[in-house]
Ligand binder design. Structure first.
Ligand code: DON
Length: 567
C-alpha cells in the first residue's frame, strides 16, 4: 500500500493531537479493551453482559448466551432491550457456516400506505413516532424461540430465568438511568393508556431499585410456554386490549401470524476479509459492502495523503449510497431489492465516477432531510463462546422509549418501528433518511432498517464481531470500526473509542461528535465544499476482535455504560 505508513503515522498523530474524546487517560498509549482467553460478551449493560458470561460458563453456546442477554436487556435496558420490538441475529458457527435471523417487526394487517397522512395528504405530526399506531407487530420473542430451536443447547428455562429474576427482584439504578426515566416519564404518561407507575411513579434517584413485576410475569409466561407465552393467551390479550384502549391496530391475528425468518446472510469480501452481515430488510449490510467495495477499488491509501482526504472519500461514498438506500432498499419479500446490482463492482465504480478528490458533490434536490435529536433506543451485543461460535445481535424499539406505550398488565414497552417505513415519499423519518415507493407501508411488510450486525473472517478464520445502535448512522459506524482495525491498525477498544463522523446524502452535512474533529481538518474539508453539524455521540459500538494469538479483545463503547465480561 502506497503511503500507508506515512498516512497511518499522520493518523495516529492526529489522534494524539485530538486527544481521545471519550475515555483515554493517557494519549500516548493505545487503549486496550478487556482481553480474555476463551469467551466474551459485550453489551450495553453490565448486568446483561454478566448474564451472558454465566450462561457461557455453565456450558451454554453463543446463541444460548445471546438469548439470555437479549432477555436480560429487556429488563435492565428497557429503552432498547425489548420483547416489544425486533432485531437481527448474524451467527457464525465455528465450522464457518453462517446464518441470519430476521425478527424485525411487521406492519399490522390493518396498516396501509397513507395511515399517517391527513385528508390533505400531509403527515400528521408524531403519529408514526408516538402512541399505539406507531407500533409494528413485535418479533423479538419469536426470534429468540426460533434461534433456540435451531441452536440452543441449555434448557430454555435456564436462558429466560435470569431476566425473570432481574425483573422480579429489581436492579439498582445509576444516576444516568434514574435521569433517563425521569426525562421520559411525561411521554409514558401521555401515550400509555394506563400510567405505567413502575417507570413514572416516582422521582428516580441513583441507587433506587427498579422492580418490574408485570414484566416478570410476562417473562415467566414466555419461560413456561415459549412463543405462546407472548403471541397467545394472557399476553396477547393484554396487547390487544391495550390496542383497543389506545386506538391501535395490532390484532390477535397479527400476533398469531407473526413469524421471524431465517435468511441467507449477505456476504462479501474486502481484501483478505469475508464480511458476513444482514441483508434486507436491513439496508445496513448492503451499505457497508458498497462502501468497502468502492474503497477496495480505490485503495484507501491512494486517495490522498491526509485524514481529510479519507473523510472526503467516506462522505462522498455515503452521499451516493444513502441515495441508493432511499430509492432501492426495502423488505425484499415485498419489493425486488436489486442487491446484486447494488453490490456489482462495475455499478459501484460507475456510481463513483463523478467523485472529485477536490470538491464535494452537491446532493440532489430531493426533499430536505432533517436529523431530529437522537436517542439510543437500539442496542447491539457481540458474543463469542469458548468453541469459537459467534453471534452479532442488534435489536431495537426504534427511538425515544419506542412508542412510549407500555402494555398494561404485561409491563413492556412497544416499539415505534412504523416510522422506519417511508410514511410519505420525500418525508424524512426520525433519522432524516428518505424513502419512496420501495419502503411504503404494506400489511405484513417489514420496515427498512439500518441495523448492521456483522461478523468478519480473515483468511477463513473468525476475526471480528461488531455492531451498534444509532439509526441511520449504524452502517457508517460499523464501517468505521472495521476500517479503524483493518486499515488503521487499531485494536478493538481503540477503534471503538475513536471519534465518529457520519453523512447520508440528505441532509448534506458531515455530522461529527463534539470535540471529535480537528479544526484544521475541518477547514481542509470546508475548502472542498463540505458543511458540518456538531452533535453528541454517534452510536455505541460493542465489538470483539480475535487477536493473532487467539485471545479476544473487547471493544465496549465508552459513550454508554457498555461493558465486556469474559473468561
Ligand atoms: O432499524 C433501524 O434502522 C432503526 N429502527 C434503528 C434505531 C436506532 O438505532 C435508534 N438508536 N439510536
Amino acid at each position: 500500500m502506497k503511503h500507508t505508513k506515512n498516512r497511518l503515522l499522520r493518523h495516529f498523530l492526529l489522534i494524539l493531537c485530538l486527544g481521545c474524546v471519550f475515555s483515554c487517560k493517557t494519549t500516548d498509549e493505545p487503549i486496550t479493551g478487556l482481553i480474555t482467553e476463551h469467551a466474551m460478551v459485550v453489551s450495553a449493560h453490565p448486568l446483561a453482559s454478566e448474564v451472558g458470561k454465566q450462561i457461557l460458563q455453565n456450558g451454554g453456546n453463543a446463541v444460548d448466551a445471546a438469548i439470555a442477554v437479549h432477555m436480560a436487556l429487556a429488563v435492565v435496558y428497557p429503552e432498547a432491550g425489548n420483547i416489544g420490538g425486533g432485531g437481527f441475529f448474524v451467527i457464525r458457527q465455528n465450522d464457518g457456516s453462517n446464518y441470519s435471523l430476521d425478527f424485525r417487526e411487521r406492519g399490522p394487517l390493518l396498516a396501509h400506505r397513507d395511515m399517517y397522512l391527513d385528508e390533505d395528504g400531509e403527515v400528521i405530526d408524531r403519529k408514526s413516532i408516538k402512541g399505539h399506531l406507531a407500533a409494528g407487530v413485535p418479533g423479538a420473542v419469536d426470534g429468540m424461540v426460533k434461534a433456540y430451536e435451531r441452536f440452543g443447547s441449555l434448557s430454555w428455562e435456564m436462558l429466560i430465568q435470569p431476566a425473570v429474576e432481574l425483573a422480579e427482584k429489581g436492579f439498582v439504578l445509576t444516576q444516568g438511568e434514574a435521569d433517563k426515566f425521569n426525562r421520559t416519564a411525561d411521554n409514558f404518561r401521555e401515550y400509555s393508556t394506563v400510567n405505567p407507575l413502575h417507570f413514572t411513579g416516582k422521582d428516580w434517584k441513583e441507587n433506587d431499585t427498579l422492580v418490574q413485576t408485570q414484566l416478570a410475569n410476562t417473562l415467566k409466561l414466555i419461560r413456561d410456554q415459549g412463543r405462546d407465552g407472548f403471541y397467545k393467551g394472557q399476553t396477547a390479550t393484554y396487547i390487544v386490549e391495550e390496542m383497543q384502549r389506545g386506538e391501535g391496530i395490532i390484532s390477535y391475528e397479527d400476533l398469531e401470524k407473526y413469524e421471524s425468518t431465517w435468511r441467507e446472510p449477505l456476504t462479501g469480501t474486502y481484501k483478505e476479509y469475508k464480511v458476513i452481515t444482514m441483508g434486507p430488510p436491513s439496508s445496513g449490510g448492503i451499505i457497508i459492502l458498497q462502501m468497502l467495495g468502492i474503497m477496495e477499488d480505490r485503495e484507501v491509501s491512494n486517495v490522498g495523503d491526509s485524514y481529510a482526504d479519507y473523510i472526503h472519500l467516506k462522505t462522498e461514498m455515503e452521499r451516493r449510497i444513502y441515495a441508493d438506500r432511499a430509492t432501492y432498499m426495502a423488505d425484499a419479500d415485498f419489493y425486488p431489492v436489486p442487491v446484486n446490482e447494488l453490490l456489482d463492482k462495475n455499478y459501484l465504480s460507475q456510481r463513483f465516477q463523478t467523485f472529485n478528490p477536490n470538491r464535494a458533490t452537491p446532493s440532489d434536490e430531493v426533499g430536505a432531510g432533517k436529523i431530529l435529536s437522537m436517542s439510543e433506543e437500539t442496542t447491539h451485543f457481540s458474543i463469542i463462546d469458548p468453541e469459537g461460535n459467534a453471534v452479532a445481535c442488534t435489536t431495537t424499539l426504534n427511538g425515544g422509549m419506542g412508542s412510549s406505550v407500555v402494555v398494561d398488565g404485561a409491563g413492556f414497552i412497544l416499539n415505534n418501528e412504523m416510522d422506519d417505513f417511508s410514511i410519505k415519499p420525500g418525508h424524512p423519518n426520525m433519522f432524516g433518511v428518505l424513502g419512496g415507493e420501495a419502503n411504503q407501508i404494506e400489511p405484513g411488510k417489514r420496515m427498512l432498517s439500518s441495523m448492521t450486525p456483522t461478523i468478519l473472517e480473515k483468511d477463513g478464520q473468525l476475526f471480528m464481531v461488531v455492531g451498534t445502535p444509532g439509526g441511520s448512522t449504524i452502517p457508517t459506524s460499523v464501517f468505521q470500526a472495521i476500517v479503524n482495525v483493518v486499515e488503521f491498525g487499531m485494536g478493538m477498544q481503540q477503534a471503538v473509542n475513536e471519534p465518529r463522523l457520519h453523512s447520508q446524502w440528505q441532509p448534506e452535512v458531515i455530522s461529527y461528535e463534539k470535540g471529535g474533529l480537528d479544526e484544521q481538518i475541518k477547514s481542509l474539508l470546508e475548502e472542498k465544499g463540505h458543511h458540518f453539524n456538531e452533535r453528541s455521540g454517534i452510536g455505541r459500538v460493542d465489538a470483539i476482535l480475535v487477536l493473532p494469538d487467539g485471545r479476544l479483545e473487547a471493544g465496549a463503547d465508552p459513550r454508554g455504560m457498555d461493558e465486556a465480561f469474559g473468561f
